[in-house]
Each structure stands twice: as C-alpha cells, then as structure tokens.
Design a protein around this ligand. Structure first.
Ligand code: SF4
Length: 370
C-alpha cells in the first residue's frame, strides 16, 4: 500500500553469548566465530542497501540496533554493518538519534570507539543489576564489575548512555534493588530503564516455577519495586517519562517514543517488526507475516492506548481528533478518570500511578473503543 515515510529504523541482531534464564526474545547463543553471524550481517547489509536505493530510508530520524546482543557480533562484523548503515542513512542529519544496544561482556574500548566513529550517538547497556548473585540467578554472563567497566568504556566517547535494570526478580531483595538503583544514579548516566521481570512460557524460569524450584515475585512486590525505582530516580533528578523509562531533561529515547506515538518504522533482520501506515490503515509485519491490520478507528484507539504508557498522556486537542473516529473516547477518558487511572490537568489526560499499575485494564479499555 502507498505509505507515509518511515521515520524510525530498527536493525535486529539475534545472537547472544549465552541464553539468560528468563529470555523469550528471538535470539540464539553462539560462539564468537560462528559463521551464521557472518552470513546474517551480509544479508542485513544487502537489505539495508536495497532499502536505501528504494528511497525508504530518506526520512529516518532515529536508528536503533538491538537484539539479542549487537556487540556480540564483534569488531569486524559490526564495523561492516555500521559502515553500510552510514552509506544508507544520513547519520549526520541534525538531531538524528542512533542507539546501539550493548551488553557488558562484549563491550570494550575499541568497540566503543568504532561505534562512535561510525555514527552511533547513544549507547544502551543491558546491566540488569549490580548484584552478582542476582546476575548469576538471571543467567547473565557478566558481573557487576564488568558492568562498571563497560560504563567506563562507554563514557570514553558517549555522553548519552542508558542503563537497563530489572526489578521483581525472584529472590531479589528490596535492598539489592535499592543498591543497584543507587549505583546506577552514582554513575550519572542520563537515562535509566527499569523493567519488571515477567516469566514467559517455555523459558527455563517458567520451568523452574512449574517445578516448584522458583518463586515468582508477587504483584505487591513488583509494585513495591516499581515505586522504589520511581522514588529513587525522581529524587536524583530523573523524570519518569514512560512507565519503565527515566531520563534527565532532553535525554528521553526518541526511538522508543516513536513506537509509542504512531510514527511509522522499518525493521530489518529476522523478527524485526515493521509498521507501515497511511491515513486509512496501519499494518505491522514481522518475518513477512501480518501481525496487525488496523483501520482508522483502531489506529486512533491504539494511539490513545500507547500514549498512556507515557507520562504526558494525550492532549485535549489530540483527544478531539481521535473522537472524530471514536465518538466514545472522551467518555472513556472521563470514566478512567473516575476510576483513578488517569487525571485531567493542564489540558492533558495523563496516566496515574494506579493506571500504570493496572496497565492492562487501562490500555484494554482504550483499545476496546474500536
Ligand atoms: S542478553 Fe538479552 S536477548 Fe540475549 S539471552 Fe539475555 S535476555 Fe535474551
């Protein structure tokens, strides 16, 4: 279908040093010399150049190379990929954000310098915890010291560094989480994400829970951990701009914001989702399979739902535009406000803490409008 230009680009790297016990992402563990990584990068480079030639990359404003573990590709493969990217996308474009995802065990000073030289300007590090015991339990291949070394290496070039932490991990005490949050704050990185662990079907964690060998964190613990993160990070000057994301002013992740604000994105590589849209229709495709096919009212409902992941929610004006296609939207917001899930202030409808804690209910009631 004729579609609006893509403004965000995602490249998926489905390889890791080893598999974490909770992981259900599309990725596989492989050795550093595995030929599959060479072949994969070669295919990705060809795809990238083809898309550039077709003019699909001319309006790109954010790039995100994620996984998996992109840094597990190592210097040679990663440099080829980023070089092809620099020929395909105008990385010097004013304000362009280019994030590289990295894990501590495969990040070193040389890789940092190469990535920066080839155009990356944001580094997102999968730290998860600064507690070695928790890291072992998660099955992460790095240690707390390894994470500190990786942050120090990242700092050699990147100002815009983000750390991912996890909470609600089985066996993770409140003190352990607090210590990890405080150590992240002490590193003075401008962006921190805190994700609650969810135990997905078929993972080793799921099997351990079913066998009675692991006790998942209950809802109260998850909520308590999320509140602790909010309290510590807000006191340290971070703004919670999305349910799991905290940033110093001006360091919000624009690529992720694109996903939450209905910006069309192109995903390259296996398991990467592409979202294509025009005024009438929005489609998501992964591995050639259509996973979503939304008409305009459904698009509006989805935009309202996604906006509620963000602290700023939706403006009165945006709601009025949505109401042209979803006449029930203003009443739905009123009813969510009556339930304490959203609040109306300064011309915006914003999610409350209670709304985020009962996210499925909040998002579901908006999506059901269509
Ligand atoms: S590093 Fe991330 S993608 Fe790789 S196995 Fe662990 S959780 Fe999964």
């Amino acid at each position: 279908m004729p579609h609006d230009p893509y403004r965000a680009l995602y490249l998926h790297i489905p390889f890791c040093a080893s598999r974490c016990g909770y992981c259900d992402f599309a990725t596989r563990a492989c050795a550093a010399d595995d030929k599959r990584m060479d072949e994969y990068v070669e295919r990705l480079v060809l795809e990238l150049r083809r898309k550039a030639k077709e003019g699909e990359l001319s309006a790109i404003e954010t790039v995100y190379v994620g996984g998996g573990t992109p840094t597990h590709l190592g210097h040679g493969r990663l440099s080829s990929l980023l070089y092809a990217l620099s020929l395909s996308v105008d990385l010097a474009r004013e304000g362009l954000e280019f994030t590289m995802e990295a894990n501590p065990e495969s990040l070193d000073g040389r890789l940092v310098k190469d990535m920066w030289a080839l155009g990356a300007n944001r580094l997102s590090l999968g730290v998860q915890s600064f507690d070695d015991e928790v890291l072992r339990l998660l099955g992460r291949p790095h240690t707390a010291q390894g994470a500190l070394d990786a942050v120090a290496a990242a700092r050699e070039r990147f100002q815009n560094v983000s750390l991912d932490l996890m909470c609600g991990i089985p066996g993770q005490s409140r003190d352990s989480l607090e210590d990890s949050l405080r150590r992240a704050v002490a590193l003075e990185v401008p962006h921190i994400s805190v994700y609650p662990l969810s135990i997905e079907r078929g993972t080793p964690f799921d099997k351990a829970v079913l066998a009675g060998l692991m006790e998942p964190a209950d809802d109260d613990t998850q909520a308590d951990h999320m509140l602790l993160a909010q309290q510590i990070l807000q006191e340290a000057g971070y703004r919670r701009y999305e349910v799991a994301s905290y940033a110093k002013p001006g360091f919000e992740c624009r690529h992720n914001e694109a996903y939450w604000t209905g910006v069309p994105y192109l995903g390259l590589g296996e398991a990467a989702a592409t979202m294509t849209q025009n005024a009438e229709r929005r489609m998501r495709v992964t591995d050639g399979r259509v996973t979503d096919d939304l008409d305009r009212p459904q698009m509006e409902a989805e935009d309202l739902m996604l906006a509620m992941r963000m602290a700023d929610g939706v403006s009165d004006g945006r709601l009025a535009r949505a109401a042209e296609f979803l006449p029930g939207a203003p009443a739905a917001l009123e009813s969510l406000a009556a339930d304490g899930y959203v609040v109306h202030e300064d011309g915006r409808w914003r999610p409350t803490e209670a709304g985020w804690l009962c996210g499925n209910d909040l998002y579901g009631r908006l999506f059901d409008l269509a």
